[in-house]
Design a protein around this ligand. Structure first.
Ligand SMILES: [Zn+2]
Ligand SMILES: [Zn+2]
Length: 382
């Protein structure tokens, strides 16, 4: 398959910064800021008021719906907006939650603090590459293969651009939790930084140069799913593929035992299966799919396997059934919805030395890597 990297300059200004809503789940009332790697300029309600030195610290608290800021060098009451801009692009802001207590995190870029609903509202304006490195480290953790980090970097960057409007009504672009992508600030792991730099500005697009939704799951069980078989809407790059890389991984298999009567009762009550019919009972208690299927054997009415999975909280919709006395043994494969990238398979491929582009093409059909500036270029042409 073709991997093309289109480098088109001059169309990327809007895409190079991210505005991330941070500490959204903490309801912060008071925090401490320190400046690292040089001083930080402090703006109160749009006016530059001074500099936070590396030897100083600034406490910011919500008092009667406004912000109060105190440091050795200055103090301000009743501010609506505090903006912190490190002098140097290599400078950082170290933030510690005081009320409630939140362990210190270090952020690249600028920080704006306002009050919303009695809590602090923080928006981190950060270069997209710093943001991507932070997300890859937060989401993937340490000790992964370099090619896996590269794959994560292009996926996270693509997700960020696809979802730039997700929090428009909240005054930023993406949040820092699992709702968007987990982002705990500045990345420090050398391999994460190397992988991000090696894939600078690369995003993944489909055959029509649209950014892809890089859907993923934990383990596909040996075969991924077509998008339409799970979500009813087909997508050209989300098509079923055989995957041998994940079959020995931690979430490759699962087992459950369910009482036969309980199972038949469920099929009758929830799906309207006639459990008085011996052919139906036979089909309901012995099921050996050779590959991923959408429905449970020859049962009628049709019993969608993804509904069974949701109702019984199975790890996947890919399983067999066989009787064991008055119980039924369910033996399953994989973990998750099975669409798109299989994380455990991708990790294994990376450990075996496959380049991240091969891994990408293994799980997503007919996709390409392009410079993020190219997206605007093609969009402008529409
Ligand atoms: Zn979000
Ligand atoms: Zn897999």
């Amino acid at each position: 398959m073709l991997t093309c990297l289109l480098a088109i300059d001059g169309h990327a200004q809007d895409n190079t910064l991210m505005h991330v809503g941070i500490y959204r789940d903490k309801a912060l009332k008071e925090l401490m800021v320190m400046s690292q790697g040089g001083g930080t300029e402090v703006f109160i309600d749009g006016v530059r008021k001074g500099e936070l030195m590396t030897t100083d610290g600034m406490k910011v608290a919500v008092v009667e719906g406004r912000l109060q800021a105190r440091s050795l060098a200055f103090s301000f009451n009743s501010a609506k907006r505090i903006e912190l801009r490190p002098h140097h692009s290599s400078g950082h802001l170290r933030i510690t939650g005081v009320r409630p207590k939140v362990a210190e995190r270090t952020y690249d870029g600028w920080m704006a603090i306002t009050v919303q609903g009695g809590d602090m509202h923080l928006v981190n304006t950060v270069a997209i590459e710093d943001y991507v490195a932070g997300v890859v480290q937060s989401e993937s953790g340490k000790d992964k293969a370099l090619e896996y980090y590269k794959l994560q970097a292009v996926s996270c960057r693509t997700y960020a651009l696809v979802n730039k409007r997700k929090h428009l009504a909240d005054g930023f672009e993406v949040c820092d939790g699992v709702h968007c992508q987990v982002y705990r600030g500045h990345a420090t792991l050398p391999d994460v930084l190397t992988a991000t730099a090696a894939t600078t500005r690369m995003v993944v697009v489909d055959a029509r140069i649209r950014l892809i939704h890089a859907t993923f799951h934990s383990n596909c069980g040996g075969e991924t799913m077509n998008a339409e078989d799970v979500w009813s809407k087909p997508e050209g790059y989300l098509v079923s593929t055989v995957d041998t890389f994940c079959v020995a991984a931690p979430h490759a298999t699962w087992q459950r035992t369910i009482e036969r009567a309980k199972w038949l009762g469920y099929l009758h009550d929830r799906h309207g299966v006639n459990t008085g019919d011996s052919t139906m009972v036979q089909a309901a208690t012995r099921f050996e799919p050779n590959c991923r299927e959408r429905y449970l054997g020859t049962l009628w009415p049709l019993v969608p396997l993804d509904e069974v999975r949701a109702d019984w909280k199975f790890n996947s919709a890919y399983f067999s059934i066989r009787p064991e006395g008055d119980k039924l043994l369910f033996e399953g494969r994989g973990f998750g919805h099975g669409v798109g990238l299989c994380q455990e398979g991708a990790m294994r491929m990376a450990e075996q030395g496959y380049p991240f582009t091969d891994i990408l093409h293994h799980y997503f059909a007919d996709v390409h890597l392009v410079d993020l500036g190219a997206i605007d270029f093609f969009r402008d042409g529409e």
